[in-house]
Design a protein around this ligand. Structure first.
Ligand code: CTP
Ligand code: MG
Length: 598
């Protein structure tokens, strides 16, 4: 991958400024708002026509009324001019409002679509995609499309209309003078061409360095704990400064081109005005044209350059939007979704018998993480999976939930292949308590119910009581409505675990999976957790990835996984008697826990 060190990939490559295929696809999102578009274009035509009308009115005021000392006529024209100005302001207001509204509506839809798509992707996709990149898709990339819709495409219409109107007015008033104005156009085109080329490259490096800055920031803030622990702040600051310097430099470079371009355009437009004054002034002296026409032309010439100057800005908007939409569509086209069956099997009630039959699985297609795994857990029984770190324990439950697809073999729930069950249906019957507890920003209550409206307050309290965290929750100032910060930052490890137990319990699943945390807690919490675990496992089929001797001893069956294979299975007593792997594990890891067991 290109520039891997900076976390930048094909993301930063700018594509074509206009790609009709992409545009066609983008327009599908505009379609629901076709009425807004039509209205906005109509307003644009009106606004575009009103501007060039003003110099024309001024010409009439000078030639027809001022020159002829017609005071009443002049007053009429002034009133008309004033009315035009007010009308223009009103139309502009509606134009701005409707284009922004349309832009916001389109990107709102798009964000929902992207988020929904991301949520459905298989975990395999997330294993290889940095979070920052996905966040960028939903925020920055979508935002640049907003710019395209709200100020890009539609104002291009108005620019073109303005230019057409000015042409019409100029040629109908005095075509020779019109040609004089146009004489500077080739120079303007050349300047714009050069500018566009330079800015494009500069813009590319700005984006590259911005992405570098962002990924550096992201990594360091999420790893701040380590940075502070190893007192790396100074060193990291130095690295950051270097990245920041680069970013500043490329920005300054791109500003330089703008700083050059605008004065050049200004110079060209002044030259055109000077030519008009020189040539048109001569004509006026000879009486070939009136003073009114001369003044109107000066205004038209100035007016004419504005949209052309803006076009280069819009070119940038278009280019950015094309690049963004390409990335968004690439994400939306990602098909890494675990499929649901066409004719799914429905369950009224699940007994909870789980069978793994010769299951082979790998995360990366290269190495098998699980090899030929077979076991059976009868309904209502508890199986403990034990094994060294990295042995493949979590992988077993990832498969059972269908977070990942297996390569070979079958997994059966009540005798039905889990690939024949809808994922939603399957996961409804399974609750999962993870090794790393994840709490969301919200309240204690919302973290237990996960905002499921079907779960009443009584059930939440009941679950909290069973796992023994009810009293703790009541001791908080706001009880069940106490605010929980992102990732549950204000709660201790043990508290978070118990809340996640309550979360699993409140759904009252027939099957429960528990990936026990390895982090140790104080003796009192340990006892609470042991008791909660016992309550959790009662009357359900359970798979526990066990680190606690108490859980293991209470299990109906212990499955020992070693390097992706089942090496032993049986009860605690049976396995100890074998004096093989479990026996060694017991000596090394569990024996010292003996004292804690109730
Ligand atoms: N693995 C992987 N990609 C993942 C998750 C895991 O390649 N997304 C690999 C790990 O490197 C490991 C193997 O799969 O070598 C098994 O991982 P896992 O089942 O998570 O191991 P556990 O037995 O659960 O280990 P621990 O006790 O540390 O949780
Ligand atoms: Mg694990």
């Amino acid at each position: 991958m290109r520039n891997r060190g900076f976390g930048i990939s094909s993301d930063e490559i700018l594509g074509k400024a206009y790609d009709s295929k992409l545009m066609k696809r983008l327009l599908q999102y505009v379609k629901p708002y076709a009425k807004y578009v039509a209205f906005a274009i109509l307003l644009n035509v009106v606004v575009a026509g009103l501007g060039p009308l003003r110099p024309y009115l001024m010409k009439i005021a000078i030639d027809e009324h001022i020159a002829k000392h017609d005071y009443n006529g002049l007053l009429n024209i002034v009133l008309i001019l004033f009315a035009v100005l007010i009308f223009q302001a009103v139309v502009r207001y509606f134009l701005t409002y409707f284009t922004q509204l349309m832009g916001q509506k389109i990107i709102y839809d798009l964000r929902i679509k992207i988020f929904a798509h991301i949520q459905n992707l298989s975990l395999k996709f997330f294993d290889k995609t940095p979070i920052g990149r996905l966040v960028t898709r939903v925020t920055n990339d979508v935002e640049s499309l907003n710019q395209l819709f709200s100020s890009g495409i539609i104002t291009i219409f108005s620019d073109v209309f303005i230019i057409i109107w000015i042409f019409i007015f100029m040629f109908s008033m005095a075509w020779e003078l019109a040609l004089v104005t146009l004489s500077v156009i080739p120079f303007l085109f050349y300047a714009t061409f050069l500018f566009r080329k330079k800015v494009r490259n500069a813009y590319r490096s700005v984006r590259f360095h911005l992405a570098r800055l962002n990924s550096y920031m992201q990594e360091h803030i999420s790893g701040i704990y380590i940075v502070q622990l190893f007192t790396k702040e100074k060193a990291e600051e130095k690295k950051f400064k270097a990245i920041n310097d680069d970013y500043k430099d490329v920005n300054i470079k791109s500003i330089f081109y703008y700083a050059m371009f605008f004065p050049v355009v200004e110079f060209l437009s002044s030259t055109a005005v000077a030519l008009i004054i020189w040539y048109g002034g001569g004509e006026a002296v000879q009486g070939a044209i009136t003073i009114g026409v001369l003044l109107a032309f000066i205004q038209y010439t100035e007016m004419f350059f504005r949209p052309i100057r803006d076009l280069s800005e819009k070119y940038n908007i278009l280019q950015t939007a094309m690049a963004s939409s390409e990335r968004i569509f690439k994400l939306l086209d990602t098909k890494e979704i675990i499929p649901d069956p066409e004719n799914p099997k429905k369950f009224d009630k699940v007994a909870g018998e789980i069978i793994f039959k010769n299951v082979w699985f790998s995360y990366t297609e290269k190495d098998y993480v699980l090899r030929d795994i077979s076991f059976k857990i009868e309904s209502g029984k508890t199986a403990a999976i034990v094994g060294a770190t990295g042995a493949g324990k979590t992988s077993v439950i990832n498969i059972l939930n269908r977070f990942y697809e297996i390569e070979k073999g079958t997994v059966l729930l009540d005798g039905v292949d889990i690939r024949k069950i809808k994922k939603e249906e399957l996961r409804k019957h399974i609750s999962l308590v993870l090794q790393d507890v994840l709490l969301f920003a919200g309240t204690i209550k919302s973290n237990i119910s996960l905002n499921n409206p079907a779960i009443g307050d009584d059930e939440i309290v009941e679950a909290a009581k069973i796992v023994g965290i009810h009293d703790f929750i009541l001791s908080l100032p706001n009880g069940y409505d106490e605010e929980v910060k992102e990732k549950g930052a204000t709660l201790s490890g043990g508290q978070k675990q118990l809340i996640s137990f309550a979360r699993a319990l409140v759904y009252n699943p027939q099957i429960l999976i528990l990936d026990e945390a390895t982090s140790s807690v104080d003796t009192e919490t340990e006892m609470l957790i042991q008791k909660a675990t016992r309550n959790l496992l009662k009357n359900r089929t359970a798979i526990v990835i066990a680190h606690r001797l108490s859980t293991i001893k209470n299990a109906d069956k212990i499955i020992v996984i070693h390097r992706g294979e089942i090496r032993e299975s049986g009860s605690h007593r049976e396995l100890l008697a074998k004096k093989d792997i479990y026996f060694k594990l017991y000596q090394l890891q569990y024996k010292e826990q003996e004292n804690f067991i109730l």
